[in-house]
Design a protein around this ligand. Structure first.
Ligand code: SF4
Length: 262
């Protein structure tokens, strides 16, 4: 089957019932990314579901972008696994939303947790709020609470879907709709709404009655862990409320882009 044929959204070579690994070379991924860029988010999701079947997962922190994808998946490929990371430091509103989503969509969300012994070691050494002390300790906290659990969760899949958008700026400006994820065993990373802006996201949320985190109604524009997130001021960019005390550092935890202490 040629690459172009895969993009016609026809029956995939690999069926969902087969657990056959699906991989793409970097050049194939580049070609597919070029073709997918002109496709709608729904078409990208359908293509991903047809291509990767049961070896595809959505990873979401239940921000509005992730909620758009989750809602589309519920209509296009409702059997797709949904995973999330419970860092142990999430806002109550996020936990409430997880419950609400699970009930409303009648799905089981696979919650991933940090390794408790690893966490205990760093907390005993550096303190429960170590992230305020230095950039390197903040990255260490993100590594143990987010990166390691995600690495585990993605170790047995061929592709994951994210809610990344170019509109989020910073390191996300060039996000393709599919890329090879070298941080996670070279699996495919798919971002169906990469070309959406905030207005499109909110329009979809409202038009489709999609549940969303109530913190957005209090001035939050990007929501992560409770101690590391705050509402933004007018004219600040959307991710400036994340790790707000850090100056000149990427507003990233390291899941999507490599963040280094030096
Ligand atoms: S966002 Fe903050 S609390 Fe959450 S894992 Fe990163 S440093 Fe730790």
């Amino acid at each position: 089957m040629k690459l172009g044929e895969k993009l016609k959204l026809t029956k995939p070579k690999t069926k969902q019932s087969e657990s056959q690994k699906v991989t793409f070379s970097p050049s194939e991924a580049t070609e597919i990314a070029r073709d997918l860029d002109g496709k709608s988010a729904e078409d990208v999701i359908l293509w991903a579901s047809n291509t990767f079947g049961e070896r595809l997962v959505l990873s979401t922190s239940f921000q509005i972008t992730g909620m758009v994808i989750l809602d589309m998946l519920s209509k296009i490929a409702p059997e797709t696994r949904v995973i999330t990371l419970d860092t142990g430091r999430l806002p109550k509103a996020t936990y409430d939303l997880i419950d609400e989503v699970q009930d409303q969509y009648d799905i089981t969300i696979e919650v991933q947790y940090p390794d408790s012994s690893e966490l205990k070691k760093i907390v005993m050494k550096h303190g429960i709020n170590m992230f305020y002390k230095s950039y390197s300790l903040r990255l260490l906290c993100c590594e143990k609470r987010k990166l390691d659990p995600l690495n585990n969760a993605l170790s047995d899949v061929d592709a994951w879907i994210t809610g990344l958008t170019r509109h989020q700026g910073g390191t996300r400006t060039d996000t393709p709709k599919i890329t090879i994820d070298h941080k996670h065993n070279n699996i495919a990373k798919i971002s169906p709404i990469a070309d959406w802006d905030n207005e499109m996201v909110w329009k979809y949320i409202k038009n489709n009655n999609v549940p969303y985190n109530t913190l957005y109604d209090q001035g939050y524009t990007s929501i992560g862990c409770d101690p590391c997130t705050r509402p933004i001021e007018k004219n600040e960019d959307d991710r400036s409320g994340r790790w707000w005390w850090e100056q000149g550092m990427p507003k990233e935890c390291g899941i999507h882009f490599t963040a280094k202490a030096d």
